[in-house]
Design a binder for this molecule. Structure first.
Ligand SMILES: Cc1ncc(COP(=O)(O)O)c(C=O)c1O
Length: 450
């Protein structure tokens, strides 16, 4: 496993000539960075050059929560396409898509009731911004509200508003000035405080400082103009940023106080990744809109969704937004089958249990000075590395890359993510495979840091 078994086949040069690779520089391309996947089964995937890997990232983006080659989804999609391949757009929809909306409403917290379906997480966030705005317009209490507040370092996608709401992966700046009305506030990063405060572990008082910043920003922007606040409840930047106690509850209170729609972007965290259907369930918070994608179909068919509260649904009189492929029946049946599998195979409980085990295992690396912080929730885990435990200065990016590359040579896929290395294994992974993967990763960490 791991080593390339044959010389790079021609497909690699075709890939450089005929495909525009997101996020890769020319130098990285020339160094052979792209990974061409050919086939997969369970938690293992083969690349075009014949190498096989144990995939601890659920295919880089963390979408493949059910691993590769899931027969039940493939069959359900095939049968749905034979039965009804398309349900239309406005005025018409496939029955199975409506069944999915009802099913998601049953899983989502509290009063979240009505869905809009699209084809990606970015589009789901665009929908959320529109729903928030139309809601305020329709109710008439804040008819001019259009501004959206987001957070430093959160990521919300690659479409117009979602890009400008984003502060990560370098997507926003090249597109600026972009869509007007977006501003950002700091978020509570426990390990490296955005206010540069002492390195205590971001406790409740400290977290509330970040939450209260939201109130200041709403007042600063004009409450009557602020339509929505969007956040990743657990931010991905620099690896799995779990909100400190009290933060989300305070954010909820502030949004309610100023009639600002609270949007939780659960594109990564939805559908069991953290051991619950949605990550906000860990804190008992009810957003006004949740957006989702990735795990909703476990990557088998593109699908994104926004689910809105009953109050928002009831306020709307028409919804001027059309997506030709929103709620495509193949995607809807893939999602219904994925949800059946998450439920039937007990995968949420499994994610919680295996995640706790993985966290404990990764903490065995704590003896290394460069291991600054080990964190995770369910099967979403990260090690934040540091060059200096006193100042928490990040370890050079090249060192993190060397760890990821060495792990890959040992036949296991993990990802570097800013100052951290991240793991997001498929929820179907066995304990033996997980232990094998963690063991090889730990070996790579020790070898590189030695
Ligand atoms: C938190 C979050 N929101 C939104 C998106 C955008 O989703 P998509 O790439 O499906 O458009 C992503 C993608 O990685 C994401 O991680």
């Amino acid at each position: 496993m791991g080593q390339r078994q044959t010389a790079a086949p021609d497909i690699y040069s075709v890939a450089r000539d005929h495909y525009i690779w997101p996020q890769l520089t020319r130098a990285e391309l020339d160094a052979g960075a792209p990974q061409l996947l050919k086939a997969g089964a369970g938690v293992r995937v083969r690349t075009a050059d014949g190498s096989e890997y144990l995939d601890l990232m659920s295919t880089v983006s963390r979408a493949s929560s059910l691993g590769y080659g899931e027969e039940r989804i493939a069959r359900a999609v095939y049968e749905q396409l034979r039965r009804l391949h398309y349900g239309g757009t406005a005025h018409s929809q496939a029955e199975v898509t409506i069944e999915l909306a009802q099913r998601i409403a049953g899983l989502a917290p509290g009063d979240l009731t009505a869905c809009v379906f699209v084809s990606s997480g970015s589009e789901a966030n665009e929908v959320a911004f529109k729903l928030a705005r139309f809601y305020h317009h329709a109710r008439g209490t804040k008819p001019r509200a259009y501004k959206v507040i987001a957070r430093w370092k959160d990521y919300h996608g690659a479409a117009g508003g979602a890009t400008v709401a984003s502060d990560w992966l370098g997507v926003r700046r090249p597109m600026e000035p972009g869509v007007p009305g977006f501003s950002r506030i700091p978020s509570p990063i426990a390990y490296r405080c955005p206010f540069g405060l002492a390195h205590d572990d971001c406790g409740e008082a400290c977290a509330l400082r970040c939450a209260d910043y939201l109130e200041q920003q709403i007042l600063h922007e004009g409450p009557e103009l602020v339509s929505a606040f969007i956040l990743e409840p657990i931010a991905q930047a620099d690896g799995v940023q779990i909100p400190p106690p009290g933060y989300l509850r305070r954010v909820r209170e502030i949004c309610t106080k100023y009639d600002v729609v609270l949007i939780a972007d659960e594109v990564i965290t939805g559908f069991g990744r953290t051991g619950k259907w949605f990550s906000v369930d860990h804190w008992g918070i009810e957003p006004d809109i949740i957006t989702m994608a990735k795990g909703i179909t476990a990557g088998y068919v593109p699908l994104g969704a926004a689910i809105a509260s009953r109050e928002i649904r009831d306020a709307l009189d028409g919804y001027p937004d059309i997506h030709t492929y929103g709620g495509h029946p193949a995607a809807a049946v893939a999602a219904l089958t994925a949800i059946d599998i998450y439920e039937g195979d007990g995968l949420l409980e499994r994610a919680a249990e295996l995640g706790a085990h993985a966290l404990e295992t990764l903490r065995e690396l704590d003896d290394l000075d460069a291991v600054g912080d080990v964190r995770g929730l369910g099967l979403w885990l990260a090690i934040d590395f540091t060059a200096d435990p006193a100042t928490r200065e990040p370890l050079p990016k090249d060192t993190l890359k060397a760890i990821v590359d060495r792990t890959r040579e040992l036949g296991v896929l993990v990802s570097n993510n800013g100052t951290a290395i991240e793991l997001a294994p498929p929820l179907v992974i066995s304990r033996a495979d997980l232990d094998e993967g963690l063991g090889r990763f730990a070996q790579a960490v020790r070898e590189v840091l030695r």
